[in-house]
Design a protein. Sequence first.
Length: 164
Amino acid sequence: MKFKSLAFATLFLASLSAYADLKVGFVQVDKILQEAPQTIESNKKLEKEFSARTDKLKADVKALKEKEAAFSKDALTMKDSDRDAKDKALSQLRVDVQRKERELREDINIRRNEELGGLQEQINKAVTSVAKAENFDLVLYNGVAYASEKIDITDKILKSLGKK
């Protein structure tokens, strides 16, 4: 029995010493996605790409609100047939504006995901580059209960991304 305990203790201590040489790093991907120069550039690119459609949609929404206000003001003095026709036209216009909003939102999300895909590839390359240069055995992303600032290499990754 003492032999088994001694053998277990020896194996346990040996495994601890093997992990003592393990160099671990941690990366805050959220911070990188917010602060990387590529993210800022990508956001500007998307804003420029969709600005015309966004402005057109804003104008459509404004026109719809103006027509709704005019209809509300004049509805009591209109003939029933005119009121019903205008109400139907406004309903159709409302549906069209909502469809345009949804399509714009979907198109922006598709393009944003495309841009993020490229950025994630750059982040992974930067993490690999820093990890190899500094001899890390393991680099963890978000989803860790606790990580000491000593092992946080996020700023190094941001610096690496800034050079590209």
